[in-house]
Write a protein that binds this ligand. Structure first.
Ligand code: NAD
Length: 478
């Protein structure tokens, strides 16, 4: 059974239920994650609150030195972290390395604290009067993360939060908590004081307790849309600051003037990379006008070449899904799409995939998908690419804008004019132009729109700095 980290001590939660952890490539049980009680959460929040005053008073340069040390420690354990991700999540080692790198880039960004945390000053706003603002930490911040990026998403949160002088309680995903445990151990190894980062395992009830804890002043959440909406509403009910990133249904449009040599591999990577378990996954490829003619065929040919297997084996393009219940949900999506009239061009339900040990689903392509079908509207979060057709760029933009979710949309074209229209008129917070996965790096906000994000200030970048600090304005006359 995994332990919680509370005030610098690893402690087993008291008398609670647990859920099994799997190696998704084999289906074998590799551990148990406790579902911590409200009392465990209360202890973690209290430990974080006790550590707050000392940590907030620690000079920025000292905090920064510790973060540089953390960066070095993470680099030393880079391969180990990637291997943990592959073992507990299932993605390929190459994908896991990519995720660890993106996560460490958030640590790099947080090391810029002496610049990022600066306030502003304007002298002589009136006769002999100056105005300044200073940034202050909030107190205890709670972080709740999804299963799909077990290193990167915790690192979106706690490095920046603690650099701003806050203390933190992290609630990892109950499906992939192993990497978070290692991140916390390495954080202590870097020399951060006890109680600055605390970790409590659990699921929805543990989150409920975290949202209710009076010491917790702000909540960062990443996960599915219903959970994001719920966390946003609950955190607001408890008068906490909140940022809640939710689900996605990302469309990738191919215009007749697109370079298909670029577009097809990019769509493959977007749809099937990470087994489709990515909030930036391209879920629907849409041929615009004449581009529809051979699009499905080209995509099918490429998808047939994808190699599926355990993520730790060389030459594998994508691995299994995270859990058997998730695999069954994805298989159900394929079945429903077929029932609703989609043509199953490539079927990941075939025996060669689903009868292996582990939680595999093969690459799947559904053709003639419309927004009236669930496959055209709902997030599937698996290796399933739908293909649709529209007549014009206008119709493409309208198709995306009618969807409630607005995380990412992408367009492949050689027309600057079409790309610009797409950029300006599509109501999604992340846009790819001849790019299949429009991932903002650490210094830009991870900018979901509409129901893909609840709150004002996003994770990462200057939004992250603003979220984890509050400003104090000083008006002085001398
Ligand atoms: P999930 O919503 O099931 O769980 C996310 C976290 O919330 C977990 O820690 C879980 O324990 C907790 N949780 C679950 N239900 C809850 C509830 N009712 N109340 C409070 N907490 C709850 O999501 P998941 O399956 O772990 O992750 C996949 C989802 O995350 C997908 O929808 C994906 O698009 C989304 N995601 C979004 C982003 C983004 O930046 N927008 C990034 C990664 C993943």
């Amino acid at each position: 059974m995994l332990a919680n980290l509370i005030g610098g001590k690893w402690r087993e939660p008291r008398g609670c239920d647990s859920v099994p952890l799997f190696n998704p490539a084999s289906g074998e049980v590799i551990g148990q994650a406790p579902l911590s009680s409200a009392a465990d959460v209360a202890e973690a929040a209290a430990a974080a609150a006790r550590a707050f005053a000392g940590w907030a008073a620690t000079p920025v340069m000292e905090r920064t030195r510790l973060m540089f040390t953390y960066k070095a420690v993470l680099e030393r354990h880079f391969e180990e972290l990637a291997a943990i991700v592959t073992r507990n999540h299932g993605k390929t080692l190459e994908e896991a390395r990519g995720e660890v790198r993106r996560g460490i880039e958030m640590v790099d960004f947080a090391c810029g604290a002496p610049t990022l945390l600066q306030g502003r000053t304007l002298r002589s706003v009136s006769t002999a009067i100056d105005q300044d603002y200073y940034r202050y930490p909030l107190g205890v911040v709670g972080g709740i993360v999804p299963f799909n990026f077990p290193v990167m998403i915790p690192l979106w949160m706690f490095p920046l939060a603690v650099m701003a002088g806050n203390t933190f309680v992290l609630k990892p995903s109950e499906r992939t908590p192993l990497a978070a445990v290692r991140l916390a151990e390495l954080f202590a190894e870097a020399g951060f004081p006890d109680g600055v980062l605390n970790l409590v395992h659990g699921a929805a009830d543990t989150v409920k307790a975290l949202l209710a804890a009076p010491e917790v002043r702000a909540v960062s959440f990443v996960g599915s849309e219903p959970a994001a909406r719920h966390v946003y509403q609950e955190a607001a009910r408890h008068t906490k600051r909140v940022q809640a990133a939710g689900g996605a249904k990302n469309h990738i449009f191919v215009l007749p003037d697109a370079d298909l040599e670029l577009a097809i591999p990019a769509i493959m990577n977007s749809a099937f990379g990470n087994a489709g378990e990515r909030c930036l996954a391209g879920s629907v490829a849409v041929g615009v006008g004449a581009a529809s003619a051979h699009l499905t065929e080209r995509l099918e040919q490429s998808a047939r070449r994808l190699r599926l297997g355990p993520g730790d084996q060389p030459g594998v393009d994508f691995g299994p899904l995270v859990a058997d219940d998730h695999r069954r949900r994805v298989l159900g999506h394929i079945e429903r799409a077929a029932d609703q009239g989609a043509r199953v061009v490539l079927d990941g339900r075939s025996a060669e995939y689903v009868q292996r040990p582990g939680f595999f689903v093969g690459p799947t392509i559904l053709d003639q998908v419309t927004p009236a079908m669930a496959a055209g509207r709902e997030e599937i979060f698996g290796p399933v690419l739908s293909v649709a057709q529209v007549g014009s760029v206008r119709e493409a933009i309208d198709l995306v804008n009618r969807l409630p979710l607005g995380n990412m949309a992408a367009v492949f074209t050689s027309s600057g004019r079409a790309a610009r229209q797409f950029r300006d008129e599509v109501e999604c917070g992340m846009i790819g132009i001849n790019v299949g996965v429009a991932q903002p790096l650490a210094f830009y906000p991870f900018s979901g729109w509409k129901s893909s994000f609840y709150g004002d200030l996003h994770l990462q970048g200057s939004d992250g700095v603003d979220f984890y600090t509050r400003k104090k304005i000083v008006v002085s006359r001398w």
